[in-house]
Design a protein around this ligand. Structure first.
Ligand code: TPP
Ligand code: SF4
Ligand code: MG
Length: 402
């Protein structure tokens, strides 16, 4: 006898329900979520770095999903730093998968549950089945298996936690590493002064365009309610869903650990990571229009991995951001248009309160971007007050100082 599969329905958090929220100094609402779940299926006690963006994302996704969840994690930081022998931070079932197999393993879990329901061997309800894969896995090594699972429409949520590098093996470049992002495999030098030449792979658009029957969305750790609601929407929907989440990596990007959530907002306000939702019923994209539009320097200057950039590289990044503003239907303010030209950009000033890398990074003596302390005695250069080593900040007028 075929039995009906009982499904969970997770209510959405009230996006507007910020009655007790206060505004910050530039008018953005601070995060306040009165009905934030107490439950913590990703408990304290893991070994990720302080300020780790993927760990924040894991926590919020699992809070949104709740206790009736099964989870898979392909190889990457969020496997290695979260599991030692007989010990994980999860209070829900979790399995490690090879880096290439997140999609196929999760397909198997979903098909297995369906079969157990059919045969009357599981009373239900259908659990929330989630895989959270790094960008190296989801956008590169395991892309095929996730695409296959989406195409077959298995009832599961496939998430890419995107820290824009292969972090676990030592901060190597991945397809989502941004243009000019310095990694151990894309150092800057005479031959390639911008460090990375290619633009990042547009993973989420690829997934939406290639699997138009699936719910696909982008989000960042800067918007907790958005992240948690998109998690719930993806889980409530019967069929496959894909979430692409921007998650800063403190170690690889070199920034102050307290700035992870701020970066998650600035990347959107700088036009470098559009936040949207693709509705498979309507077959349409719904774009989030941030209330603040910033120059890309407000974002780049927070991170040591961009410390080598010259004015022309900043201008190229601003051009890409401006195309994104146009794509999501927003006007490009005149000053952002002007910043597409590297000459005026050479006179631009990054104010000292903009640069939040502080004195932590000196990319001169550590081209890997993992910065030695600025007072390292082997380093002949000293960072400017804004934290960029002398002559390397985007406002530097010429190459002569390099
Ligand atoms: C087939 C295969 N190739 C390479 C590796 C080595 N490896 C382990 S973790 C890792 C990095 C994964 O990067 P990502 O998926 O972005 O996760 P992150 O470490 O950034 O969290 C790599 C390359 C592997 N385990 N399997
Ligand atoms: S290296 Fe990056 S992704 Fe890995 S644990 Fe540290 S901050 Fe998190
Ligand atoms: Mg990664």
């Amino acid at each position: 006898m075929t039995r009906e599969v009982i499904r969970q329905h997770l209510p959405l958090f009230d996006e507007e329900g910020r009655s007790a929220a206060t505004e910050d100094d530039i008018g953005r609402d601070r995060h306040y979520l009165p009905d934030f779940p107490e439950e913590d299926p990703y408990a304290a006690g893991h070994r990720t770095c302080a300020g780790c963006g993927p760990a924040i994302q894991y926590r919020w996704v699992l809070k949104a999903a709740g206790g009736d969840t099964v989870l898979a994690g392909p190889t990457g930081c969020m496997y290695v730093a979260n599991s030692t022998y007989l010990c994980t931070p999860y209070t829900v079932p979790w399995a490690h998968t090879p880096i290439a197999s997140g999609g196929s393993f999760t397909s198997g879990m979903a098909a297995g549950y369906e079969a157990m329901f059919r045969k009357g061997r599981h009373p239900g309800p259908y659990p929330n089945i989630i895989v959270m894969a790094g960008d190296g896995s989801a956008a590169d090594i395991g892309l095929g298996s996730i695409s296959g699972a989406l195409y077959r429409n298995h009832d599961a949520l496939f998430i890419c936690y995107d820290n824009e590098c292969y972090a676990n093996t030592g901060i190597q470049t991945s397809p989502t590493t941004p243009y000019a992002g310095m990694t151990t495999f894309t150092p800057f030098g005479k031959a390639i002064p911008e460090a990375k030449k290619l633009p990042p792979k547009n993973l989420a658009k690829m997934m939406a365009e290639g699997h138009p029957h699936c719910y696909v969305a982008t989000t960042t750790v800067g918007y907790p309610t958005d992240l948690m609601n998109k998690t719930r929407k993806g889980l409530n929907l019967q069929g496959a869903a894909f979430l692409h989440c921007y998650t800063p990596c403190q170690k690889g990007w070199v920034y102050q650990t307290s700035m992870t959530v701020e970066l998650g907002r600035r990347v959107v306000e700088a036009g470098l990571f559009p936040v949207w939702e693709y509705d498979p019923e309507e077959r349409r994209y719904h774009y989030f229009h941030p209330p603040v539009q910033r120059p890309v320097t407000d974002y780049l200057a927070m991170q040591g991995r961009f410390g080598h950039m010259l004015p022309e590289h900043v201008a190229t990044t601003q051009r890409a951001a401006n195309r994104n503003w146009e794509d999501i239907g927003m006007d490009v303010p005149a000053e952002l248009r002007e910043a597409e030209d590297p000459e005026p950009a050479s006179t631009a000033v990054i104010s000292s309160d903009t640069c939040l890398t502080a004195a932590r990074c000196c990319t001169t003596c550590s081209p890997s971007g993992r910065g030695r302390p600025a007072r390292d005695s082997r380093c002949s250069r000293r960072p400017t007050p804004c934290g960029w080593p002398t002559g390397r900040w985007p406002g530097a007028a010429s190459r002569s100082s390099r």
